[in-house]
Design a protein around this ligand. Structure first.
Ligand SMILES: [Zn+2]
Ligand SMILES: [Zn+2]
Ligand SMILES: [Zn+2]
Length: 294
């Protein structure tokens, strides 16, 4: 399984338009992009691929990264930065199956799958298929399981992808606070590669109207407000899940410039091969400490 990080930023991305903060200035100067969230997963045995989330930056991501268009897509939740790129399917795909959870969200009165059907009804090349959370489904020869996470007020899901031939496992936290339910943690555990939402460092919680939450024994918040993990929370979760390699994703330009481009914060274009025996980084690293995978 070959995994390409197409979009590693939060909802405004880095650089953020109109922003002259030191992090956005540094990103522009160094040509570093953190576009809106999307991950490309290729089953190299079958030459099929799956896209996790449809970024508003879909077009630019596929122009700049050498990966094939996907044969199927999975959507974790209905926020703009994860879904609104689906409009790009128009006249690009002959057919695109899109998979999403069938659990009705009390907030919207419909499931993620139903929202996608309603919003994109005009796209006749797109068919939406229901997935039952915590039940695995085979897509493109890989086993995918959506796991409930905590991203109030909306339902949101993390994702586990296993290659049944090699046992390789990729886990994605999805947009979530640190407060992930135990049965979801169990499914996410033991990944070769873990992609964890780490929107900001814990110190930034002072600037959130709700502050931080889910503090650790040292009083450090593992969640930023109620919707996302801090860097501290994401790394604590990675430890608990015993992840082999962890990359922090969905990161915001609020990371101070001296921290924003250091390991283990991911940038767009990172690519990994998971073969069941370990993780190999395939791209040339552009972050500070060179081509390491940890
Ligand atoms: Zn900025
Ligand atoms: Zn979200
Ligand atoms: Zn998001």
């Amino acid at each position: 399984m070959r995994v390409t990080l197409l979009g590693t930023g939060d909802t405004t991305g880095t650089p953020t338009v109109g922003c002259d903060c030191a992090t956005c200035v540094a990103a522009r100067a160094r040509g570093i992009e953190r576009s809106r969230f999307s991950v490309h997963i290729e089953n190299e045995r079958t030459d099929e691929s799956i896209l996790v989330d449809l970024s508003p930056d879909f077009r630019q991501q596929f122009l700049s990264q050498a990966v094939p268009l996907p044969d199927a897509a999975v959507v974790t939740h209905i926020h703009f930065d994860h879904l609104d790129g689906l409009g790009n399917a128009y006249r690009v795909f002959d057919e695109l199956p899109v998979y999403a959870a069938n659990e009705v969200d009390p907030k919207t009165g419909e499931s993620v799958a139903e929202t996608i059907r309603r919003k994109y009804e005009y796209l006749d090349r797109v068919s939406v298929f229901d997935m039952t959370p915590l039940a695995s489904v085979e897509i493109c020869g890989l086993e995918l399981t959506l796991v409930p996470v905590e991203h109030p007020p909306l339902l949101c899901f993390g994702l586990v992808v296993v290659d049944p031939e090699t046992g390789a496992q990729l886990s994605l936290s999805g947009d979530t606070s640190y407060d992930i339910p135990a049965d979801s943690r169990e499914q996410l555990s033991g990944p070769d590669l873990f992609l964890a939402d780490a929107i900001v460092s814990a110190a930034l919680c002072d600037h959130h109207p709700l502050g931080g939450s889910h503090h650790d024994a040292d009083g450090v918040p593992r969640s930023f407000g109620t919707k996302h993990m801090t860097r501290k929370g994401a790394l604590a979760l990675a430890d608990e899940l015993e992840a082999d390699v962890t990359r922090l994703v969905h990161t915001a330009h609020y990371y101070p410039a001296d921290e924003a481009f250091e390991e283990p914060l991911a940038v767009d274009g990172e690519q990994y091969r998971l073969d069941g025996t370990g993780v190999t980084r395939l791209d040339t690293a552009t972050t500070e400490s060179g081509p390491t995978t940890d």
